[in-house]
Ligand binder design. Structure first.
Ligand SMILES: NC(=O)c1ccc[n+]([C@@H]2O[C@H](COP(=O)([O-])OP(=O)(O)OC[C@H]3O[C@@H](n4cnc5c(N)ncnc54)[C@H](OP(=O)(O)O)[C@@H]3O)[C@@H](O)[C@H]2O)c1
Length: 199
């Protein structure tokens, strides 16, 4: 399969790309590194990616930014980060990509545990995570040409504990390898409309 991993230079994306590389042609995309530069907050950039990379079988998104901060300091402007990147950016990969991806292709998006298990300073990210999960379940019943869509909702990663550990006290972190197996199931499996929770 020809697979584009957007966010493929990040912690989760690197693990996913490495898992897929052995059996597939993997194109790594991000804003600044990898094989192709794309910014998911820009509709034009997404459209250009699909024009530049024809015949894609699977789109994997392991990206999407959110602002971490307490609710009383969360302004509408700061909330826009998660809306524009993690939510709208990933949704737009599907809305635009459905016109380009091959028959029988698949989309896999990234959500996250905060939508089910709230943490302090996580409401903006939780909003985006739940939005992605809801979109995936609903879009699955309307996508045509046997195109599938799923999302992976990871717990905090062992590899990210240096960065996110203070936010996730008492959580049981999961390995990037375990999370990337869920992405592998989305790409190589047959299910659609699923939220794979790796908690
Ligand atoms: N790490 C965890 O513990 C964890 C747990 C649950 C959920 N998640 C979610 O999983 C996703 C990935 O997390 P991560 O920890 O792997 O992140 P990360 O290490 O910071 O990597 C993010 C990746 O996305 C790319 N990127 C960022 N903004 C982009 C944009 N607008 N357009 C295109 N590419 C963009 C980055 O490259 P450039 O900067 O070059 O664009 C990089 O490749 C996020 O949505 C995060 O919320 C992470």
């Amino acid at each position: 399969m020809k697979i584009v991993v957007i966010g493929g230079t990040g912690t989760i994306g690197t693990a996913v790309a490495n898992k897929l590389k052995g059996d597939h042609e993997v194109i790594i995309a991000s804003r600044s590194n990898g094989n192709y530069k794309v910014d998911i907050t820009s509709v034009d950039s997404i459209e250009q990616m699909y024009k530049d990379i024809p015949n894609i079988d699977a789109v994997v998104s392991t990206t999407g930014e959110s602002h971490f901060g307490g609710l009383s300091e969360l302004t509408p402007e700061l909330n826009e980060v998660a809306i524009n990147s993690k939510l709208k950016g990933q949704v737009n990969l599907v809305l635009i990509g459905q016109n380009y991806i091959n028959d029988g292709g698949s989309f896999t998006l990234t959500s996250g545990i905060m939508m089910d298990d709230p943490i302090l300073k996580g409401s903006s990210a939780a909003m985006a995570n739940a939005g992605v999960a809801g979109f995936v379940k609903s879009a699955a019943i309307e996508l045509t040409r046997n195109i599938r869509i799923n999302t992976v909702s990871p717990n905090v990663l062992e590899e990210s504990m240096d960065k996110y550990g203070p936010f996730f006290k008492g959580f049981d972190p999961v390995s990037a390898d375990k999370v990337s197996n869920a992405f592998l199931r989305c790409v190589e499996g047959a299910q659609t409309g699923q939220v794979y929770k790796v908690y």
